[in-house]
Design a protein around this ligand. Structure first.
Ligand code: GAR
Length: 200
């Protein structure tokens, strides 16, 4: 597995971090396609500027299954082996997930299973946790609920705002995602229930 597909909806800093790790020779993979559901996503524009295969698949005018089928066909046409959600703000349905079994990763800005869904950093502050962080996990049919691949811990400071906490978590996201992708590509792992364990 070497060919990555990136799904994004916005800024695309995680996509750019992955691209940077590949360009610097720290991640042995290639980005075979970037797909955005938002035509004006900055991440999509950056993909085009970088000369990467970039596609916009809009939800409008399609049913959910037509929308997901259109994305899956792009990824299959690009022979993508591992799908990386990077700020893709839609929940993928079972039809899509079954087409890429154990081949879809997501990054989420909390220590899952705490604070799934939207505004994870805001949820963490409101709850009063002393530590938050980020999680890379396999995508299953729930919301941010699949088996965990990697996590990084970020302490919460008394003077943190949603923005300052999000910024410190993002630094860890940019490191963690590439590490998690490398681990999955290396293939020396298996799932024991929900637990990702190393093959001996
Ligand atoms: C990242 O913080 C990512 O963890 C989060 O959206 C941001 C996207 O930033 N994803 C989620 O909250 C998914 N539930 P980016 O577009 O700059 O990579």
């Amino acid at each position: 597995m070497r060919r990555l597909g990136i799904l994004l909806s916005g800024r695309g800093s995680n996509f750019l971090a992955i691209h940077g790790h590949i360009a610097a020779g720290r991640l042995d993979a290639e980005i075979a396609g970037v797909v955005s559901d938002q035509p004006d996503a900055p991440g999509l524009a950056r993909a085009r500027e970088l000369g990467l295969p970039a596609f916009c698949v809009e939800r409008a005018g399609r049913t959910k299954s037509e929308f997901e089928d259109a994305i899956a066909r792009v990824l299959e046409a690009q022979a993508v082996e591992l799908v990386c959600l990077a700020g893709f703000m839609r929940v993928l349905g079972p039809g899509f997930i079954r087409r890429f079994p154990q081949r879809i990763l997501n990054i989420h800005p909390s220590l899952l299973p705490a604070f799934p869904g939207l505004h994870a950093q805001r949820q963490a502050l409101a709850h009063g946790v002393r530590f938050s962080g980020c999680t890379v996990h396999f995508v299953d049919e729930g919301v941010d609920s699949g088996p965990i691949v990697a996590q990084a811990v970020v302490p919460v400071r008394d003077d943190d705002t949603e923005e300052t906490l999000a910024a410190r978590i993002l630094v860890e996201e940019h490191r963690l995602y590439a590490e998690a992708i490398a681990k999955i590509l290396a293939g020396r792992w298996f799932l024991d229930g929900r637990r990702l364990l190393e093959k001996k």
